[in-house]
Design a protein around this ligand. Structure first.
Ligand code: HPA
Length: 238
């Protein structure tokens, strides 16, 4: 049965869904990395595909859109209506710490947030520490190290804000050791926790808060995403 935001048939998704933010990226992944990929949903232009890896694993890829509410909706519907067991977000982030370079990979071991999104879970003003699935962290870490890539594992910030009117706000988070900022992981990890599912976020660094003169070009972003897709496909469950 279709959900309000996904018009796929029952069983249309594999157990593991790769989730980039951008629908065009989902299409690009389906066309370039999957065999026999079929479009299974396109509501609001949020494209989702299911196909096979070259080694024969059935996997899906679907966009999340931007921000905690958007990935919260799509992960909820995939987990509760389509039997999805794990979601691997493939994203980009801005790095907060020295020693992190453009195109390094960050594994979000945990996610913090400046959003009130998790208050829906009746926390009486408390905070929930959102963490990735440990086995998925281990699998991704080994796959990245095996490729000889620079990887950082730690706490990331899922922010509601992209255009911050306070240019120094990020420094409060950087002082707490936050590796970098993006806008979705906290909601994905929390939704997986609430529904007893699994999630991981692998991010490529496309902005440096300590050196704003250096930005990834679109081609460089694509190379970074390709590396993460490769890793995600390797660690995806059947
Ligand atoms: N902020 C939020 N999300 C991001 C950024 C950023 O600077 N860079 C890449 N994703």
């Amino acid at each position: 049965m279709p959900t309000p935001h996904i018009n796929a048939e029952d069983g249309a998704f594999a157990k593991t869904v790769l989730m980039p933010g951008d629908p065009k990226r989902a299409k690009w992944i389906a066309e370039n990395f999957l065999v026999d990929a079929k479009l299974v949903t396109d509501v609001r232009g949020i494209l989702g595909y299911t196909g096979y890896t070259k080694s024969g694993k059935r996997v899906s890829v679907m966009a999340s859109g931007m921000g905690l509410p958007s990935i919260g909706i799509y992960s909820y519907e995939l987990f509760t209506h389509y039997g999805v067991e794990s979601i691997i977000r493939i994203g980009t982030c801005g790095a907060y710490q020295p020693g992190i370079n453009l195109f390094d990979v960050i594994i979000g071991q945990a996610a913090s947030t400046d959003s009130d999104w998790a208050q829906q879970f009746n926390l009486r003003g408390g905070t929930f520490s959102a963490v990735a699935d440990f086995d998925m962290i281990l699998a991704a870490y080994s796959a990245i190290v095996r490729r000889g890539l620079e990887v950082h594992v730690g706490n990331i910030l899922s922010s509601d804000i992209f255009y911050d009117f306070d240019p120094d706000f990020w420094k409060s988070w950087a002082k707490l050791g936050i590796l970098g900022v993006e806008m979705e992981s906290y909601a994905l990890y929390t939704m997986a926790a609430r529904l007893k599912k699994r999630a991981l976020c692998i991010l490529t660094v496309t902005d440096l808060f300590l050196d704003s003169s250096r930005k990834a070009t679109p081609e460089e972003r694509e190379t970074g995403v390709a590396t993460m897709v490769d890793i995600a496909l390797e660690i995806a469950d059947k």
